[in-house]
Write a protein that binds this ligand. Structure first.
Ligand SMILES: NC(=O)c1ccc[n+]([C@@H]2O[C@H](COP(=O)([O-])OP(=O)(O)OC[C@H]3O[C@@H](n4cnc5c(N)ncnc54)[C@H](OP(=O)(O)O)[C@@H]3O)[C@@H](O)[C@H]2O)c1
Length: 248
């Protein structure tokens, strides 16, 4: 129970990787605020939980692509949990399209959710984390923030920006708040299955040295490691979790 009593906000905690991160923190004794883009999506995610888990969970809905949504999520987390120790910036979206056809709306929305949101959430959460015993921010970025992917200039730029946001926040918020990132490769989730054909998914596996995609639990384990006391001398770093895809 390494996180006994620790207060954690997970954005995009309703589904996919985020939901597994929420479950892992709960299992480790944390109290968790679950964010999703609407009150309905958070309520339906929480409906499936056991009563014992519900005691340690609060709903923190809010569209993290907007200042109002970020503020609502952080306020619900801090009020509901009585403070905040860990922020996991996990919510993320794709709006893929060829470079020359990328619309302003798709550029703006992806940058807003994937990059502006983590910046605003970190700003808003910092005062509460400073009142506690020391804060942690874990940013879920992607290897596509390092290695370009076709038809995803908005996503790649947002995730590259998140890696630099990690360093800038780490520099200015230390020593009270430590900020690290995960450079995630392919994990089989709704986000991935919606965006790639079966053939493309098979190619992805072929091109990955360990010959598979990552599992949700492997991401959650790394998030908890980066929020734990084991990594108390580590800040501003990106840990790559990608089965060896972009080793250079
Ligand atoms: N899966 C992969 O292979 C992969 C690879 C690299 C990086 N990543 C990153 O990992 C993170 C999680 O990905 P995933 O595959 O688990 O995605 P997913 O299954 O599509 O889930 C996305 C989550 O983000 C939430 N979300 C979306 N827009 C939001 C908004 N505006 N405000 C608040 N919450 C919002 C969704 O909430 P609702 O239920 O309310 O819509 C949902 O909980 C993302 O940042 C993604 O970029 C994933």
């Amino acid at each position: 129970m390494e996180f006994e009593g620790r207060r954690v906000l997970v954005t995009g905690g309703t589904r996919g990787i985020g939901r597994t991160i929420v479950a892992a923190f709960l299992k480790s004794g944390a109290h968790v605020a679950v964010n999703g883009q609407s009150a309905e999506s958070v309520e339906s995610a929480l409906a499936g939980l056991a009563a014992s888990e519900k005691d340690h969970i609060v709903a923190a809905p809010g569209d993290v692509g907007t200042m109002d949504g970020c503020r609502a999520a952080v306020e619900a987390a801090v009020d509901g949990l009585g403070g905040l120790d860990v922020l996991v910036n996990n919510a993320g979206i794709n709006r893929d399209g060829p470079f020359l056809e990328m619309t302003e709306a798709d550029w703006d929305r992806v940058l807003d959710v994937n990059l502006k949101g983590p910046m605003l959430l970190t700003q808003l959460a910092a005062p509460a984390m400073r009142r506690g015993a020391g804060g942690r921010v874990v940013n879920v970025s992607a290897v596509t923030g390092i290695q370009a992917r076709r038809n995803a200039v908005n996503y790649c730029v947002s995730k590259a920006g998140l890696l630099m946001l990690t360093k800038c926040a780490a520099l200015e918020l230390a020593p009270d708040i430590l900020v690290n990132a995960i450079g995630l490769g392919f994990v089989r989730s709704a986000l991935v299955e919606e965006h790639f054909s079966a053939d493309q998914l098979a190619t992805i596996v072929d091109e990955t040295p360990v010959r598979r995609m990552g599992e949700f639990e492997e991401v959650a384990d790394l998030v908890l490691f980066l929020a734990s006391e084991t990594t108390a001398f580590m800040t501003g770093q990106t840990v790559i979790l990608d089965g060896g895809r972009i080793m250079r």
